[in-house]
Design a protein. Structure first.
Length: 346
């Protein structure tokens, strides 16, 4: 298996859906999402600067960060634009199919340990994360760095980490080496890569990737201008693949489901356009921020072409719409995926 190329510059590639049959996505298959060219940094010279509304500004080496209390967690990493190609009419943006999703095991320290060292001011409202990747949004616009902020209350949670390892190895260059942010349960735009600076702010951040991009416009489940944050509940079929040819015999359908608002409680599948639904066998939620795998044994009634659907529910009671969710920038589409299967007599 290989990642599916989407754009060459900047590099954007999808995880093959078959990889979701595995508990952890192998590192070479983890999807790549970039806004600008990939910077190549050396851990020997790299430094993380922390300043702004703090009592004690600080500069840390990678070894300093790694010396702090750390955790290893399994977590879903999903692009906010995953499934954009399924939306009609197609909104602008990177043309993602369904593969801008991976399940990774990350190692890092909760951000709150660093913030405790610098002494955050009581007037602080956000924490800003500035990356080393830079570029122009248009040929005539100034060069900017990728930068995103988090509300101060979110930044203090145990589920926000400064990460230096992916699947037990140092972060690959394309995934943020030497240090990146990870926010469990949030779409990947929050997981700032190649982290170079942290600023504690007394006013909300107004950068492009905060106020102009990654917001909902025209979405039926979000207020106009609401920031894109928590991952919406989703289930994807990993096998069979779309267009697969199978025999007239029992078929094991496999996939994975996840949500940023709680563990998955149920997955159902349909092979008749939603007229009937069948409960899948669901893997227990042993990792609160990871995907849960599922399977369903389907008995095709006769030869012919079928379309398989899968939908999930999470602990908050949310589920997926059967139709793609439209908004102006194609974010958060968790409409049911359609997988076409041809059943042959032999």
């Amino acid at each position: 298996m290989f990642r599916k190329p989407i754009t060459a510059e900047p590099l954007n590639e999808e995880t093959p859906l078959a990889a979701l049959s595995q508990a952890i996505t192998p590192t070479p298959l983890v999807y790549a999402r970039n806004h600008f060219a990939i910077p190549h940094l050396s851990a020997d010279t790299w430094r993380l600067r922390i300043g702004g509304a703090v009592a004690h500004p600080l500069t840390l080496t990678l070894a300093d960060v790694q010396a702090l209390p750390n955790v290893t967690q399994r977590v879903v990493l999903e692009c906010a634009g995953n499934g954009r190609l399924a939306i009609q009419p197609p909104p602008p943006g990177t043309p993602w199919g369904w593969g801008a999703i991976s399940v990774t095991e990350v190692t890092g320290t909760p951000l709150r340990h660093v913030l405790a060292q610098v002494g955050v001011a009581e007037t602080a409202v956000e924490v800003l994360f500035i990356a080393a990747d830079k570029g122009q949004l248009e040929p005539t616009t100034p060069t900017i760095a990728y930068a995103r902020s988090l509300p101060i209350a979110t930044a203090m949670l145990d589920e926000v980490w400064l990460v230096w390892a992916l699947n037990g190895e140092p972060l690959p260059t394309a995934h943020g080496y030497p240090l990146r942010l990870m926010v469990a349960g949030w779409y990947g735009m929050a997981a700032v890569k190649w982290l170079s600076e942290i600023q504690v702010l007394e006013e909300p951040f107004g950068g492009f990737f905060q106020r102009d991009d990654y917001i909902y416009r025209g979405d039926d489940e979000a207020a106009e201008g609401e920031p894109v944050r928590h991952i919406r509940v989703r289930s994807l079929i990993a096998s069979p693949s779309d267009g697969a040819q199978v025999g007239l015999e029992p078929l094991i359908v496999r996939g994975a489901a996840w949500s940023g608002d709680g563990v998955i409680t149920r997955v159902e599948l349909s092979a008749d356009g939603g007229q009937s639904w069948h409960t899948a066998e669901l893997e227990p939620a042993t990792h609160p921020h990871a995907a849960q795998r599922w399977q369903w044994v389907w008995f095709p009634p006769r030869a012919g072409q079928y379309t398989l659907w899968a939908r999930a529910w999470d602990a908050s009671g949310r589920t997926q719409p059967t139709a793609a969710r439209w908004n102006a920038q194609g974010y958060g589409n968790n409409g049911v995926q359609s997988v076409r299967v041809v059943v042959n007599e032999q």
